[in-house]
Design a protein around this ligand. Structure first.
Ligand code: HEC
Length: 116
């Protein structure tokens, strides 16, 4: 009996949890504009106002080849730990203090929505 009610509770939790886990591209876009667009550009094209002074410049995140070459774990690591964590420039600083949990997933979903 106890086992059955535990199972029912677990099943109910899954049903509730699924929609909450679906990443929100619009929310991710808002965070991207807030934290990332100065360098990466409003649409991730690498043409933000600060990009001209950057060396190396951020690659266009809407490049399908780059999109295909990285997995979400790589993108999350760059964002939370900064460029040096994956062998890239320290000009890409760590954002783990500002972006975590759903916010981080949403930003990744926004970046993934740019590949066209
Ligand atoms: C101060 C400017 C600056 C800001 C702000 C910034 N970035 Fe970057 N970012 C860079 C630079 C420069 C690179 C390229 C590093 C390299 O190629 O060595 C980069 C690279 C990246 C990459 C590509 C990694 C790869 O595989 O090439 C991702 C993804 C990324 N940034 C995401 C973000 C996100 C998300 C934010 C906002 C939370 C952000 N960046 C904020 C400068 C910035």
């Amino acid at each position: 009996m106890r086992k059955i009610s535990l199972l029912a509770a677990a099943a109910a939790l899954c049903v509730i949890a699924v929609p909450a886990q679906a990443a929100d591209v619009e929310a991710g876009k808002a965070k991207f504009q807030q934290f990332c667009a100065t360098c990466h550009g409003a649409t991730g094209h690498g043409d933000g106002p600060a990009a001209a002074a950057l060396k190396p410049k951020p690659r266009p995140l809407d490049d399908p080849e780059w999109q295909a070459s990285v997995d979400d774990a790589h993108i999350k690591k760059v964002i939370t730990e900064g460029g040096p964590a994956v062998g890239l420039s320290p000009m890409m600083t760590a954002w783990g203090h500002a972006l975590k949990g759903d916010d981080l997933d949403n930003v990744v979903a926004y970046i993934r929505s740019l590949d066209d």
